[in-house]
Ligand binder design. Structure first.
Ligand code: NDP
Length: 334
């Protein structure tokens, strides 16, 4: 289970190299970057055996079983198709692509090739988010009336690059965070939004891309969803509130890369702090991805999940641009 990393990125260095090392088998064999110095530096820092600037170098290596793609968003589509064509399993960063049609092509190619395509919607693998989902599924808050997702944060200085000024690379808060919120809500409620209304704006950091968005989604069950994303909110805490007919789940600080935050269940009996598994989130993504390949089952967040989250995010963008409610037709691409 050797890996090729495509993209000498922050997330690859901060989390994914360690997540792969934490597994009982497999290693980081290749890192591919457009820049030879960056490839060499990444390989040295993160102990990759080999490095290069051509994706094919990793793809022709028969000992590489899986590829992790964390380049900027406009590159995911072509890189994933090349990896799939080479018979590699692919763990791809979100958003899967810049447009839904490209993401659908990736899903289709993986299914035809019989390889696993996963999307790194890591929140599904967080103990906190799983605990919230379990509370909902167990009926602890009754019928869900509404969900409010707070993902307005301040983009850390070291990430203030293409996300803020490069629409061609997939910059903007909708590509970055709305896709995560979309996957989160789908995971928690086990249903897909049927329509969205939205506003977006540039509020201090974005240059040519939106840095803030708010949207309201209608769910088939009748539940209403409010989703708030921003790069410009220095004092906000991330969180999720799930309001039900007989209780409320209040989670603060859980939309994170580390297993942090607090969850309270509020019912007629009072407020109970909910414990959750605090294992490494990205480690679990990788463990699940490997098990999905072994067991020939879908991974925690599949290519189809990545496609749907992108459809929802794209609908949010179009709704904000046009001022019109956007119905979402998943059948069009699945
Ligand atoms: P980075 O900006 O750190 O890296 C993206 C690309 O930029 C790299 O592949 C690299 O290109 C290039 N790059 C990196 N450092 C430099 C530098 N110093 N100078 C010039 N170029 C550089 O991106 P992120 O790690 O923030 O995001 C990468 C992907 O991961 C995105 O798709 C993003 O949406 C996703 N992501 C997902 C998260 C999750 O939790 N699932 C969290 C964070 C990001 P090259 O490879 O050619 O060297």
């Amino acid at each position: 289970m050797n890996w090729g990393f495509v993209g000498a990125s922050t997330i690859a260095g901060q989390y994914m190299a360690a997540a792969i090392r934490a597994q009982s088998r497999g290693d980081l064999r290749w890192v591919i970057s457009n820049n030879p110095e960056r490839a060499a530096e990444f390989a040295q820092t993160h102990r990759a055996a080999l490095h290069g600037t051509e994706l094919q170098q990793a793809l022709v290596d028969a000992t590489v079983t899986a590829v992790y793609i964390s380049s900027t968003n406009e590159k995911h589509h072509a890189q994933a198709l090349a990896a799939i064509a080479a018979g590699k399993h692919v763990l791809c960063e979100k958003p899967l692509a810049l447009c839904v049609r490209d993401a659908a092509e990736m899903v289709d190619a993986a299914e035809r090739a019989g390889v696993t395509l996963a999307t790194n919607h890591h929140l599904r693998s967080a103990g906190s988010i799983r605990a919230i989902r379990d509370l909902i599924a167990a009926g602890r808050i009754g019928r869900v009336l509404s969900v409010r997702v707070f993902h307005a944060v301040e983009l850390p200085p070291h990430l203030r690059g293409w996300r803020l000024d490069n629409p061609g690379a997939g910059g903007g808060v909708i590509s970055d965070l709305t896709v995560h919120n979309a996957d989160l809500v789908r995971f928690l409620l086990a249903e897909d939004p049927i329509s969205v209304m939205a506003e977006m704006d540039t509020t201090g950091l974005g240059q040519g891309v939106e840095d803030s968005a708010m949207s309201v989604w209608a769910m088939p069950s009748g539940a209403m969803v409010f989703s708030h994303e921003s790069f410009t909110h220095p004092y906000a805490a991330s969180g999720v509130e799930v309001h039900g007919t007989s209780g409320l789940i209040m989670a603060r600080g859980v939309l994170a890369q580390d297993p942090v935050g607090e969850i309270d269940l509020v019912t007629q009996q009072g407020t109970t702090r909910i414990a959750f598994d605090q294992g490494g989130i990205y480690e679990r993504v990788v463990t699940d991805f490997i098990a999905a390949i072994d067991d020939q089952r879908a991974p925690a967040a599949s290519g189809r999940d990545g496609l749907k989250s992108l459809q929802i995010a794209e609908a949010v963008r179009v709704a904000a641009l046009t001022g019109q409610r956007q119905p979402i037709n998943y059948g069009e691409f699945l």
